[in-house]
Each structure stands twice: as C-alpha cells, then as structure tokens.
Design a protein around this ligand. Structure first.
Ligand code: COA
Length: 257
C-alpha cells in the first residue's frame, strides 16, 4: 500500500512507520491520521510483525503537533469531533494494539506529536528532542489524550506545569521525569530502537499482547487491572507459545516463537 504522508518499511520482523511531511515538521493533518490508522491496522493484522518503530522524517521533528491550519476556523462541535475521531482512529488505537509500538522521538514532539509518542507503548528520544503540550498558547487544550496520559507518565504536578506554561522540556528532563526511557545521540536513535525491537521480537508475541492488555487495564476507569491480569495470565496457558516457551526451557534450548 502506498501513502501520501507516511512511509512504511519492514525489515525482518520489525516495521518502521515514518511520518513524512518534513516541510511541515510532520504536523498531523487529517489525511496523515487516516493513513497512520490504516498502516497500524495492517501491521497489527500481520502476525509476522513483532514490533513497530514510529518516527518522523528529517532531523528536526518527530511531529510538531496537529496541523493548526486545518482547525483554525472550527466551531465547538467540529472541535469536539476532531478530538474524538483522532483519539479513536489513532491515539487509543495505538495504545491498545497487540503489537508493541516504540516512539523514536527525533526532534520536536509538541501537542499532538507528544500525544502520539505518549500513546505509543514506550519512548526513546534523541538528545536534540524537545517535548511539550503548547495548546493553551493557542487558546485550546490537548485533545488527543494529553491531559490524561501526561500525568500518568510524569505525575500530576509536572503535567500541570507543562500544560499551563505551554513550555518545552529537553530530552534529559523528559528522561528524568519518566516521559522517555532512553536518550541517545540522534545518529544512534533508530539503531537503539531497532535493538530494543529485536529483543522484543525474540519473546512470545501472544504473551506480550496479553501483557499490554493487563498493563493498560491499570489506567482504565472501572476496570479491575488485577482481574484482567488473572484472565490474561490464564489465557496464556492455552497458547502454543506457552507450550513452546516452557518446553524449550525444560529442554535447555532457546524458544522459537
Ligand atoms: N501545524 C501546521 N503547520 C506547522 C505546525 C503545526 N503544528 N508546526 C510547524 N508547522 C509548519 C510551519 O507553519 C512552517 O510552514 P511554512 O514553512 O509553510 O511556513 C513549517 O512547519 C516549519 O515550521 P517553522 O515554524 O517555520 O519552524 P521553526 O523552526 O521556526 O519553529 C516550532 C519550530 C516547532 C517551534 C514551530 O513550528 C511551532 O511552534 N509549531 C507549532 C507547535 C504547536 O503549537 N503544536 C501544537 C498544535 S495543537
């Protein structure tokens, strides 16, 4: 499948999804969001793909936010629809994928860009990355899950400060705050993400999918995460991966998932 705004590359069991609007600092317009949804849905359906790296093209930006030119004249109902559709099509969709998504934050991750990185399962940043939720400087608030996911990752006080000041934090600050797991030089960003993805790909995909469901349950209203863990743990015992994993251990060989 070919796209206008994104590139998809597959090497071995790892896919790379690259948002490719460098002249607009990879800002998320409606078409890009729709293309990302389609690409992620296709990669999720392909059970040979064991991890996805999400990044931006160029060396300046991951994503500099939602495309401001598209919503500048929206009214109240159009604004609500924009947030709802975006959350459903992309942000919640990525968070709930069975296939792990690593955000490789290679520069500005602002507004919808940071929200996209936060919807991914974890984040790695280049040392030039700058992150923030600048929406209140535009007279709006984060609408793609930022008010919910940022406090989950950095705590309420830090999230409040970042949202209220509309400022940007450095990659180092983001790492100290728990927003990103690793910071590396820009030239090393993709290779570190590939290493992590490869490591993930050696493990059981069905077990990883169950683990994502259980961890996500911790953050869902009205859902008993411990209950989900029990259910998912039990389900693992009925999988071929469990049989292979435990048999391989007992036979003193590496499991082949
Ligand atoms: N939406 C639409 N276009 C955007 C954009 C966005 N979120 N972010 C950047 N762009 C465009 C700029 O309009 C510019 O386009 P042009 O060359 O046609 O004029 C191009 O990308 C380059 O951006 P520019 O502002 O010239 O780069 P810079 O290095 O001077 O500044 C930023 C970089 C990230 C600080 C600045 O682009 C910015 O503040 N962007 C908006 C961030 C934001 O508020 N995001 C939240 C949106 S809800």
């Amino acid at each position: 499948m070919s796209y206008n705004n994104i590139l998809v590359e597959i090497i071995d069991k790892v896919a790379k999804v690259i948002i490719n609007r460098p002249k607009k600092l990879n800002a998320l317009n409606k078409e890009t969001i729709a293309e990302l949804h389609t690409a992620f849905a296709e990669l999720e359906a392909d059970k040979t793909i064991r991890a996805i790296i999400l990044t931006g093209s160029g060396d300046k930006a991951f994503v500099a936010g939602a495309d401001i030119s598209e919503f500048a004249d929206f009214d109240v109902s159009e604004g609500a629809k924009l947030a709802k559709q975006g959350q459903e099509l992309l942000f919640d969709f990525i968070e709930n994928l069975s296939t792990p998504v690593i955000a490789a934050v290679n520069g500005f991750a602002l507004g919808g860009g940071l929200e996209l990185a936060m919807a991914s399962h974890f984040r790695v940043a280049s040392d030039n990355a700058k992150m923030g939720l600048p929406e209140v400087s535009l007279g709006v608030i984060p609408g793609y899950g930022g008010t919910q996911r940022l406090p989950q990752l950095v705590g309420k006080g830090k999230a409040m400060e970042m949202i209220m000041t509309a400022g940007m934090i450095t990659a180092e600050d983001a790492q100290n705050s728990g927003l990103v797991n690793h910071v590396v030089q820009q030239e090393e960003l993709i290779s570190l993400c590939e290493k992590l993805a490869k490591k993930i790909s050696y493990n059981s995909g069905t077990a990883i999918s169950a683990a994502i469901k259980a961890v996500n349950a911790n953050f869902k209203d009205g859902v008993n995460g411990f209950g989900v863990e029990i259910e998912q743990f039990g389900n693992c015992f009925g999988t071929e991966d469990f049989e292979e994993g435990t048999t391989a251990f007992l036979e003193k060989r590496k499991a082949d998932f």
